[in-house]
Design a protein around this ligand. Sequence first.
Ligand code: TRP
Length: 493
Amino acid sequence: MTEPEPPSVAALSLAETATQPVSKATEQEINPWDVQAAVDEDGNVKEFDYAAISQQWATKLVDDALLERFERVTGHKPHRWLRRRLFFSHRDLELILDTYERGEDFLLYTGRGPSSDAMHIGHTIPFEFTKWLQDVFDVPLVIMLTDDEKFLFKEKLKQHEVYEFSRQNAKDIISMGFDVEKTFIYIDSEFFTSGYNRHFSLNATEFEKLITNNQVRGAFGFHGSTNIGSNAFAAKQCVAAFASSYPFIWGQDIKTYHRSQKLAAMPCLIPCAIDQDPYFRLVRDNCSRMDHPSPKPALLHSKFLTALQGAGGKMSASNPNSAIFMSDTEKQIKKKINNHAFSGGQETLELHREKGGNPDIDVPYQYLSYFEDDDAKLLRLADEYRKGELLSGEMKKECVDMMSQYVKKFQDARSKVTDEVLEEYLRPRKLEWKGNPNPTKPKVEKTEETTQGGPTLDADGKPMTKNAMKKALKMAEVEKKKKEKEAAAAAKQ
Ligand code: TRP
């Protein structure tokens, strides 16, 4: 943790004119290093206000229309975490659906800061979800393990420790079932010294030149005494979203200084918790300024999983009773849920039968709502709970069964992840994927080296004939007209 800077003159004069009485209230704080729910005047922790953060950061809320289109375009019922808005917000997901409709590739990218070797259920959410996205879209995926980030930001951690955490975390992540043919996992300290990182590093240096100290201070609250590694790290998490950072995935030459313009132009989708958004605002604001510009990466943001103690609480690796860990035994899970999960039930059985419970604040019910896929069953549980027909002990039992099953499935898979399996995922190599088997819209042709007057290339990277170019332009024109028509018709409705 770094020390706060003295307040600016403007802040001091503001403080002098402030008339509000002193209270214990604090606003919610969400940034990549600090996630705190708001506190009311009496010192009670409140629930996170996700609508407020979406509004403040100008993201879009996931809505029914978007999910309907998702289902239409992909042919898959949206994941329950989309239906139930655990993934609640996004940036430009529509553009990824457009890309998929045209049968064009995009890069899936996510990551984790390995701050301990114990992952809890909250940590597995983005990965379980990313695995589902990988299955739905059939696209290449990169997973970045930022041991350098955790080393730079956590005073006490040593480099070799975070590296070891990364290896353990990578094995946990592999256990979620990622297809090795389509997935490249990298540990920063290893990849950045491997020789396969030339294009990544060239991208990072170019991006570092575009970003000023003022920009990273604005985005992350850095100040004069922040170490310079933290300043520079942001660029790495940003350029990790450029497909041109990983030419080997497409079987391209890694030795040349020349980065692929076509890969740079490839879209990217990043599933992540909402606290990571400041990084990706930085890349979205600056990617068009790269020599080979990249489109703004699209994002799908998740909420934070509630701690066992209830709303506003945080799952923490240092408090074993705050969360269910992926290494817990069934007995431990049972004990934690029975003894530590916040219940929305009444004090006594009689009162519960009479007044009913409140599933909205009941942590066992909330966990069920994340892991039970059956919408009807979930509704029934909530309904019976409200009526007092279902007791909190019974709700807890449902939750224990569900969570034990989830953890057991994970542990079975984890026991098969040997060092050899890990090395295969970590090896920079060409990946294999198929993408959309039935594109419904024509491809938009991208040109390689247009800035240098080279030939226009088709989707397979071969130079296009004049006629093929004419045809592609015509198809794009027809497509554009059709879209305008659709938009006009939609506006009339
Ligand atoms: N900074 C993230 C963390 O501390 C790790 C990370 C790197 C990441 N790249 C990402 C997370 C992309 C989500 C998406 O956890």
